[in-house]
Design a protein around this ligand. Sequence first.
Ligand SMILES: [Zn+2]
Length: 124
Amino acid sequence: MTTIKTRAEDIYGRLEEHVFSGKIVSSSPDDPLGTIRMTTELAWFPERIIPKDEIVRGVKRVRLPRKGSKTFKVNGSMGDVYTVTKQGKVWSCTCVGYGFRRTCSHIKTAITRDKKKRVRNRIT
Ligand SMILES: [Zn+2]
């Protein structure tokens, strides 16, 4: 279960804040760019779409890679590119999902690439 807070202007230009709880689920191909999908536990409205730029917490946790770190560019499902960083044994990603769950599919992709690279280096 994840709780996120959003902040957006309503039609009168007033700032409105909302708190949503649910599970982050994968977006549908029809969803607008730059949005996430979250469950609501309401039978008549099972999932809501939330624009990433309205999320107050859990986003834009971009850490600059330090010495001894590796970075991987991983394509997201909606054409966006995320930076996955390996710092020692710790993996991190610039996507929203990582901000909530501390893991994501991009990290899995990067780990696979990292392993393949190491195997190749051993052979050659
Ligand atoms: Zn990610």
